[in-house]
Design a protein around this ligand. Structure first.
Ligand code: FE2
Ligand code: FE2
Length: 141
């Protein structure tokens, strides 16, 4: 399944994204909520924009790093064979996020919106495919 954020729609979690591990699902829901907060920050008034954006981007990067490291220890603990490939997907995402955050400091709503769509589509596709792959493997092992 491919997810496309639309102008008016925020990203949402649904059962097709369930991994069957409640802690992981909660973390995914929280990440989606933070991404939607980034969208909210983009719509803030000019006076509030920079402060809200900085705060939400910090929450986003901190929580992403936390979630990835939780997920990686879980996969390692269960000897997930595609661990390295998965870890690299996480790493590449973090690099892309950091690179895009740098260019976001110039206030440009189109860039902000593109960034928000990138975050949401990457995350939902990653959960639907790669995270569900490891979850399925661990479920059945
Ligand atoms: Fe995940
Ligand atoms: Fe993952």
């Amino acid at each position: 399944m491919v997810y496309n954020g639309r102008m008016t729609n925020l990203f949402t979690w649904d059962d097709s994204l369930a991994t069957g591990f409640p802690d992981v699902d909660l973390q995914h829901k929280k990440l989606i909520a933070i991404i939607n907060d980034v969208h909210g920050a983009m719509q803030a008034s000019q006076g509030e924009y920079a402060i809200r954006m900085a705060k939400d981007l910090k929450r986003l990067t901190d929580y992403t790093v936390y979630h990835f490291s939780e997920e990686e220890s879980f996969m390692r603990k269960h000897d997930y064979p595609d661990f390295e490939k998965h870890r690299r997907e996480h790493e590449t995402f973090i690099e892309q996020v950091n690179a895009q955050i740098k260019t976001l400091s110039q206030v440009n709503p189109d860039d902000g919106y593109r960034f928000y769509r990138f975050l949401g589509t990457w995350l939902l596709n990653h959960i639907a495919k790669s995270d569900r792959d490891w979850a399925m493997f661990i479920d059945h092992s």
